[in-house]
Design a protein around this ligand. Structure first.
Ligand SMILES: [Zn+2]
Length: 544
């Protein structure tokens, strides 16, 4: 007797040994059998016959920001749509300001100056918010716009301060405009951080419930506990509490921001110069909650024009972005993390940043060889052909976000020009080079539903309808593989998940249609009817 039998017209297992089936048998939290004929399956306590639907392995978002997204859901939504111009930004700020006390913050997120015609104006924000503290976060997460009250509290209303790896932007007369880039965002963070664990625990559950409704069963959180990305120095405890209290809806792998790490006074023989107390490192945890890579930011954002490029931005002559720290220091930091046993996930978008990171990985392996280290380059935004070949030779995993092409691709084309757009957010050329391709969103930077990601990966078309690097378009099967096996491999978890194979975890999504059979322009319209995690039905669509 098995616990659960899932029957469907089509099961796409993503296991090359048996790619298509009609039934999946589950005992406890494991797949125990896959059958072409449901009648051959053993008797089950519970049978879930989803008829014409398609069953796939649960989706895994290999790079997302779960607590950030969960918190965002309570803030003013400035993404486009619904907000199309700066007047609408000010109206939304005014509406929230009217609902909060004079000493409370008005916090918004998701704005993109490429779509609004510019960054919000400090004086307009002061007017809209009646002098309240306003903090509007750019959709990239790499910059924010604040009001005069925030600048005043920071003591920089009249004069900027220098921030290493960041910028307090000033106007022609030298006054801060309120735009804070990269590490300069830490100035605001210092006023609002740390978030209480209870708020983070709520945010994690809120985000996770959404994920389940989108077929996601695993999520890799791309940076906790430090840097401009961290929400609290004890952020891991929010996930652990959520897990202990049954409030962690999906499996989570946590990247730890390298800023949260310090020198370790271990024995010299151990070669562990850098890390967390107790020597906790990548891989610690279980199938629900696990420590993943160390997260390092090497540069900034492409649409924010802060990515570190080898050549100038197409629309900003003389500007080629910047690194978030001294190049030599970043290099040595990556090598030390590697030595200390960490898998490293380095954010690198510009080709200059990618050069730095790949060189650090090469040096790390040469001096301190480690088998199957699977270091990652997050985004791998603009990569020259020689960089693809080098990443492949080093066994590095690139983690691009296909959905960027659709939602912010127009801004990327403006920043890069036509020629270099052919190097942007590669997918197919990574597969052709023999590299693993995970599926990820960087949510909340863009929408995170994996079917929307797959839609973009296959169609390679921007919001305004421009073709974006069509040579990199994937087949629907390749895109599905990315969000299942690809992401599992990138987490070093391909033995436990990513396909519906006997012995693996019973994580499944039930889709209204087969993404490999619908027209390419319909993939994003497919509905998730149910999601099973750990052998249990965790989400079921209400049918009207
Ligand atoms: Zn990210």
């Amino acid at each position: 007797m098995i616990d659960l039998l899932v029957i469907a017209d089509s099961v796409l297992t993503m296991d090359p040994a048996r790619p298509v089936a009609r039934a999946v048998a589950v005992i406890g939290n494991r797949v125990v059998g896959v059958y072409d004929d449901p009648a051959q399956a053993p008797a089950a306590r519970t049978t879930l016959d989803v008829g014409p639907a398609t069953v796939v392995p649960g989706f895994h978002d290999a790079h997302n920001h779960m607590a950030w997204y969960g918190l965002d859901l309570l803030e003013v939504d400035l993404s486009t749509p619904p907000v199309h111009d700066l007047a609408q930004v000010y109206a939304a700020v005014a509406e929230r300001a009217a609902a909060v006390a004079q000493d409370e913050w008005v916090i918004g997120n998701g704005y993109d100056q490429n779509k609004l015609g510019g960054h919000p104006d400090r004086d307009e924000l002061d007017r809209a918010a009646g002098g309240r503290k306003v903090w509007l976060k750019h959709t990239s997460g790499h910059m924010c716009q604040v009001s005069s009250a925030v600048l005043a509290e920071l003591g920089i209303a009249e004069r900027p301060v220098h921030v290493e790896g960041g910028l307090v932007q000033t106007d022609a007369s030298g006054h801060p405009t309120g735009l804070l880039q990269e590490q300069a965002q830490n100035l605001v963070s210092a006023l609002v951080l740390p978030y209480p664990l209870a708020a983070l625990e709520d945010a994690i559950e809120r985000a996770g419930r959404r994920y389940l409704a989108e077929g996601i069963t695993s999520a890799t959180e791309a940076g906790i506990a430090g840097g401009w990305i961290g929400k609290s120095p004890v952020e891991l405890a929010a996930y652990q509490r959520a897990y202990d209290r049954g409030r962690l809806p999906v499996r989570v792998e946590l990247m730890v921001a390298h800023d949260a790490m310090h020198e370790l006074p271990a024995h010299a023989e151990d070669d562990m110069p850098l890390g967390l107390d107790l020597g906790i490192t990548t891989g610690f945890g279980d199938d629900w909650l696990r420590i993943g890579p160390a997260k390092v930011f090497s540069d900034g954002s492409l649409i924010g024009r802060t990515a570190a490029m080898c050549c100038d931005f197409d629309d900003l002559p003389g500007e080629r972005g910047y690194l978030q720290a001294d190049a030599g220091w970043l290099h040595d930091r990556i090598v030390d993390l590697h030595r200390s046993g960490w898998r490293v996930a380095a954010h690198a978008i510009g080709d200059a940043a990618i050069d730095l990171v790949l060189q650090a990985y090469a040096d790390a392996q040469e001096v301190h060889p480690r088998t199957d280290a699977r270091h990652r380059v997050e985004h791998f935004g603009v990569s020259r052909p020689d960089q693809v070949a080098r990443a492949a030779a080093l066994g590095v995993i690139a983690v691009p976000q296909g959905r960027f092409v659709q939602e912010i691709g127009d801004g990327m084309i403006a920043a890069l020009g036509a020629e270099r757009t052919a190097w942007a957010y590669r997918q197919r050329s990574l597969l052709e080079a023999g590299m693993c391709l995970p599926g990820s969103s960087d949510r909340p930077v863009v929408q995170g539903a994996p079917l929307l990601g797959m839609h973009a990966m296959v169609n390679q078309c921007t919001e305004s309808g421009q073709d974006f690097n069509p040579a990199e378009a994937l087949t629907a099967h390749q895109a599905l593989h990315a969000f299942t096996m690809g992401s599992a491999y990138a987490s070093h978890a391909e033995a436990a998940k990513g396909s519906l194979t006997p012995g693996k975890l019973a994580d499944l999504a039930v889709l209204s249609h087969d993404p490999t059979r619908v027209d390419a322009d319909q993939i994003g319209d497919i509905e998730v009817e149910a999601t099973i995690v750990d052998g249990r039905l965790a989400y079921s669509m209400e049918k009207s």
